[in-house]
Design a protein around this ligand. Sequence first.
Ligand code: BMA
Length: 313
Amino acid sequence: MLFKIGRDIFHRWEGNPALTLADIPFRCNTVFNGTPVKRGDEYLLLLRIEGQQGYSFFALAKSRDGFRFDVEEKPVLLPARDGVWGRYESQGIEDPRATCIDGTYYIMYTATGDYGHRIALAKTDDFHAFERVALISEPGNKDGVLFPEKINGQYVRLDRPIGLGTGSIWISYSNDLYSWGDSKVLISPRSGYWDSYRIGASAPPIRTKEGWLEIYHGVKMTSAGPVYRAGTVLLDLEAPSKVVARCSVPLLSPREDYERVGDVGNVVFACGAIVEPTGEVKMYYGAADTCVCVATAPLQEVVDCTLNHNSQN
Ligand code: BMA
């Protein structure tokens, strides 16, 4: 018997993968983990490209419908090669996450260097000229995402200090985006679940009436290696260090060949989402560290699923 039930809450765009190596107008190794913004009628996707040298940098793609993108001729942000930033970006810049606050786009990304991974913050108005703001963590931290508004007068971010080796999602606060503190653990890997090995924030949080919706990635370790899936947690709107609900099941799991096979197989890894006026969420994710894909779901369905399958073990 053929079962037609959808296996995931998110529905893959039938044109996936949206971007592959064939769409990049210069030589490189892979394209993946892009972060989206919508400006008027235009969609921008800041892409992570891994060059043939082996390190990553960012390029820009544009679209009118959020699905079909054209990639610009030249990269828009390369790793710094001198000064303080050069020291900490010597192995590349990775996994950008864009958040718009008061008309300025802030990009949290991973600066990768000889000392490890640090969270870096840059800002831009046009996605061509970027100003590096600050390195905002010590090594051993990545997956930084900035909330899209101040909460009780403070900027808020999620991140993933690796701690004892597994890594939990933490929350921190700042008055000025430079100095961060009041850090608390938010959620940890759940033994026996799809996110039992490692977790990290994926998309900048989305405001809903039920709370801040965070799409995060969870990893299960298997005898064949890690499997990266996307899941959700809802955080209190006024006190985001309080978890309202954490979905027991993932909302997207690697199943298609382009998610199963690539430089790193069995990976779906979101770096952002757009909520349309219709209530549809478009989630942008890297698949198998080798291409960029889009999946959609009604926002309310994602929230309801998180509330109805709450398990905070
Ligand atoms: C994570 C990050 C991502 C990558 C994923 C799967 O740790 O490095 O950039 O997509 O692993 O390899």
